[in-house]
Ligand binder design. Structure first.
Ligand SMILES: NC(=O)c1ccc[n+]([C@@H]2O[C@H](COP(=O)([O-])OP(=O)(O)OC[C@H]3O[C@@H](n4cnc5c(N)ncnc54)[C@H](OP(=O)(O)O)[C@@H]3O)[C@@H](O)[C@H]2O)c1
Length: 378
C-alpha cells in the first residue's frame, strides 16, 4: 500500500491514514502495530522531516516511501497519527484538523489542553465520544492526546484497583528505557556500551554523549526532562497531572472509576536506566477501602491489557526484556505494604513496552475505538 497506490482490498470507507514521524522509534512501531492488527486503511502516508524524504520503510511485505511533512500533507487524510515531537504537533496538528482529519497525538503538546481528551482505552474510552470527536459525518475532526508512556503503564496496573477500592495515594519510581527518548538515544546507548567495554584499562569511560550529555552505559541518572521549581522534573509532573486529568474525566461521567471523586495524591521519581526498551515502575498504593493482596491479584488477572507474572517460588517477576514488543503490561511483586494497616496498602512492580503500549499501540487502540463508534452509529 502507498499513498498513490491504495490497496484494492481496502474498503472505500476505511480511513486514509498518515503517520507523522514515521521514521522514529514510535513511528516505526506504528507501522508494525497497524500491520499486525490489520487496521483497516484506504491509504497510508508516511511523513517525516525533509531529511527522510525518499527513504523507504517496510509495511508487512510492502515497501512504503517517506514524504517530507508540509502544510498540504493532510488534504487526503482522515486519521493522522502524530509522533514527531511537541513543536511539530503544535504546528501541524491544527492544520490536519482544519483539513478534516482526526489527530491522535503522542507528544505532550495538547495533553493538558481543555477539550482535548487524554485517553487510555482500558481506562477512559468514553472521553472520546464525550468530546464529540469522530470519524464520521456529524462528529468533529479534532485532537485526541495519548498520555505520557509512564502514565499509561502505571494506569493500566493501578486503574482496576482504583475502581475497586479508591486509590488515595500513589508513590511511584520509574526505571525508564533509552527508547523512551527516541531512536537516537537507543543508538547512543549501544555506542556507549561498545565504547565502555573497549576502553583501555577497563576505565569504562565513554565519548559519545550527544543525547544525554553524560554516561548512560553501566550507569543510571535522574530523568533528563527539565527540572521545575520545587525539584520535580517534567516527566514526574506529567504522571501527576495526566493521571488527575484521566481519572477526573472519568469521574465527571459518574462511571465509578474514581469513587467520590477521590483526588489521588501522587508523587513520582523518574530515573533513566541503561535498558534498551520497556519501562519498569515500582508503585506503592494507599487505598481508601480495603483491598487485600489476594483481591488485588484477582482484579489484575481479570483486567484487560495486563499479564500477572508473580511467581514468588521461582523469584520470577516482570522484566523489561520480557515486556519488550508485548502488548500487555506485566505486573508482579503484588504484596501487602507492611508499613500500612492491613488492606490499605500494596506494592507492585510493573514493566511495559513504552514504545508500544506507551505510544503506538495505545494510539492505534484509540483509532480502533473511533472505527467501532463509527460502525455502531451507522
Ligand atoms: N519513544 C517513546 O517511547 C515515546 C513514548 C510516548 C510518546 N513519545 C513521543 O512521541 C514522539 C516521537 O518520539 P520518538 O521516540 O519516536 O522520537 P524519534 O525516534 O526521535 O523520532 C522523531 C520523528 O520525528 C520526525 N521529525 C523530526 N523533525 C521533524 C520535522 N521537522 N518534520 C517532520 N518530522 C520530523 C523524525 O523524522 P526524521 O527521521 O526525518 O528526523 C522522526 O520520524 C515524541 O513527541 C515523544 O515524546 C515517545
Amino acid at each position: 500500500m502507498s499513498s498513490d497506490a491504495p490497496s484494492p482490498s481496502s474498503s472505500s470507507r476505511a480511513p486514509r491514514v498518515a503517520i507523522v514521524g514515521a521514521t522514529g522509534a514510535v513511528g516505526e512501531e506504528f507501522l508494525r502495530v497497524l500491520h499486525q492488527r490489520a487496521f483497516p486503511m484506504t491509504s497510508l502516508k508516511l511523513l517525516a522531516s525533509p531529511r527522510s524524504a525518499g527513504k523507504t520503510l517496510p509495511f508487512g511485505d510492502q515497501t512504503l516511501t517517506v514524504e517530507a511533512l508540509d502544510a498540504d500533507a493532510f488534504h487526503d487524510v482522515d486519521l493522522a497519527l502524530f509522533s514527531a515531537g511537541g513543536s511539530i504537533s503544535r504546528e501541524y496538528a491544527p492544520l490536519a484538523v482544519a483539513a478534516g482529519a482526526v489527530v491522535v497525538d503522542n507528544s505532550s503538546a495538547f495533553r493538558m489542553t481543555d477539550g482535548v481528551p487524554l485517553v487510555v482505552p482500558e481506562v477512559n474510552p468514553d472521553a472520546i465520544s464525550d468530546a464529540g470527536i469522530g470519524l464520521r459525518d456529524g462528529l468533529d475532526a479534532g485532537i485526541i492526546a495519548n498520555p505520557n508512556c509512564s502514565t499509561i503503564i502505571m494506569l493500566l496496573a493501578v486503574n482496576p484497583l482504583h475502581r475497586f477500592a479508591g486509590v488515595e495515594r500513589i508513590v511511584v519510581s520509574t526505571y525508564q528505557a533509552a527508547s523512551g527518548a527516541g531512536a537516537a538515544a537507543m543508538r547512543e546507548l549501544e555506542q556507549q556500551t561498545r565504547e565502555a567495554l573497549a576502553a583501555p584499562g577497563g576505565t569504562g569511560q565513554v565519548v559519545s554523549q550527544d543525547i544525554f550529555g553524560q554516561q548512560y552505559a553501566f550507569n543510571l541518572f535522574s530523568h533528563n526532562s527539565p527540572l521545575q521549581s520545587g525539584g520535580y522534573n517534567q516527566e514526574e509532573m506529567k504522571m501527576v497531572h495526566e493521571t488527575h486529568k484521566i481519572w477526573g474525566q472519568d469521574a465527571e461521567r459518574g462511571s465509578g472509576a474514581a469513587p467520590d471523586r477521590i483526588r489521588t495524591g501522587i508523587t513520582a521519581t523518574c530515573i533513566r536506566v541503561p535498558v534498551m526498551r520497556a519501562h519498569a515502575e515500582s508503585i506503592n498504593l494507599t487505598f481508601r477501602d480495603e483491598c487485600s493482596e489476594i483481591k488485588a491479584s484477582a482484579l489484575l488477572k481479570d483486567a484487560p491489557g495486563i499479564t500477572v507474572q508473580d511467581d514468588r517460588g521461582a523469584n520470577a517477576f516482570p522484566t523489561p526484556v520480557q515486556a519488550s514488543h508485548q502488548d500487555d503490561v506485566f505486573v508482579g511483586r503484588v504484596r501487602r505494604d507492611l508499613s500500612q494497616p492491613e488492606g490499605r496498602g500494596l506494592d507492585l512492580f510493573v514493566c511495559g513496552d513504552q514504545v508500544r503500549k506507551g505510544a503506538a499501540l495505545n494510539a492505534v487502540q484509540i483509532a480502533e475505538l473511533l472505527l467501532e463508534k463509527r460502525t455502531a452509529d451507522r
